[in-house]
Design a protein around this ligand. Sequence first.
Ligand SMILES: Cc1cc2nc3c(=O)[nH]c(=O)nc-3n(C[C@H](O)[C@H](O)[C@H](O)COP(=O)(O)OP(=O)(O)OC[C@H]3O[C@@H](n4cnc5c(N)ncnc54)[C@H](O)[C@@H]3O)c2cc1C
Length: 382
Amino acid sequence: MNFEMTDDQVEIQRMVRSFAEAKVAPAQEQMDRDHEFPAALWKEWSDLGMAGIMIPSEYGGSGIDSLTYVIAMEELATVSQTFALIWQVHVLVANMYADLGTPEQKERWLPIFARGEKLAAFCLTEPGAGSDAGGLRTKAVRDGNEGWIINGNKIFISNAGTPISDGMVVMATTGDRSDGRKAISCFIVPAATPGFTLGQSFTKMAWHGMDNRELVFEDCCVPADNMLGEEGRGLRQALGGLNLGRIVFGILGVAMIRACLEESLSYAKGRSQFGQPLSSFQLTQAKLADMATHAEAVRSFVHHVAWLHAQGRPCHKEAAMAKLIGTRLSTQAALDAFQIHGGYGFMHEFRVNRLHRESKILEIGEGTNEIQQLLIARELGC
Ligand SMILES: Cc1cc2nc3c(=O)[nH]c(=O)nc-3n(C[C@H](O)[C@H](O)[C@H](O)COP(=O)(O)OP(=O)(O)OC[C@H]3O[C@@H](n4cnc5c(N)ncnc54)[C@H](O)[C@@H]3O)c2cc1C
């Protein structure tokens, strides 16, 4: 068993930490103010090879493994959960292309995703189908042998409405399976496809700067070649991609706990009541000690699961566990950090306010924590 990071991992961790502190931290404040997608920052990030971090080098990517990606993600997300999430969705979708795409699909899309010229989106959730992803209503029907006509609506979709959004991966039903359930397939929908329009965007409590919106498909025709992966296996393919997404949500939780600890420790040392710094009170110390312990423990576990993923070993249950424990403990950390800040935590001027606003959604995105519990219980044989 080897707990040492490789030289490459240490180097990428150092590089991301310094980029995040120098460039991402000010951009995060800007995003909170103007709610705009940070196009210039995305370009700089992409120029470092990060947009294509896991894309194979033959398609212009950096070809880096899941564990190293997770190490980089922690450094970025400690500074900006928003920018980390924009990146996470892009990487998840690029991986789907790399794993499932035909040579032509990979040739067309992966190099532009690797350069960050286009931003990818994952379009599964619908107004009537959230946790119950199998309940999709968006339907694709054959248009002779020429292609498919898609009709339906998606909701909450990240990264779909920016000026560089393209190559959306859209899940739609394509018939019925022999067991009576719907057959679901994945389609590549270029942004300029007639019949595809952007719906309303949402006013969120956090993650300002990340685009989230409704998508509308009205007789949206795509060629037969735009099916990604096998017909009828789209849900399995989409959920397979979510294993890495769940591992990443585990590390986003670690990053959140780390940011809460940094902020709370410095505040508690600097603020005095009853003639003593808050950090000298044992009730405050207990909160800080829990944050430090949870960050260490969850990081070790998430790294282990990312390693399983990088080795190509099964990690369905472990990925769900990583998401569940990381995000549950990060919500607790954000509440405790708020508490340590007293009334100042209620004020937007304090970073801990943003951490608190960003924390809860981690328990919902990438499959809610209840869905992770159901999945783990099923793997236990329940
Ligand atoms: C900011 C943001 C970004 C998002 N980005 C994307 C994206 O890029 N692409 C995409 O496809 N989706 C995206 N989503 C959607 C996200 O994945 C869903 O919100 C999530 O899966 C939950 O679905 P829902 O919101 O419809 O809640 P529901 O499914 O309605 O669930 C509501 C509550 O009921 C609980 N529940 C549901 N079923 C069960 C059950 N069987 N047992 C116990 N409890 C249950 C849930 O855990 C939850 O607590 C995003 C959402 C948000 C808010």
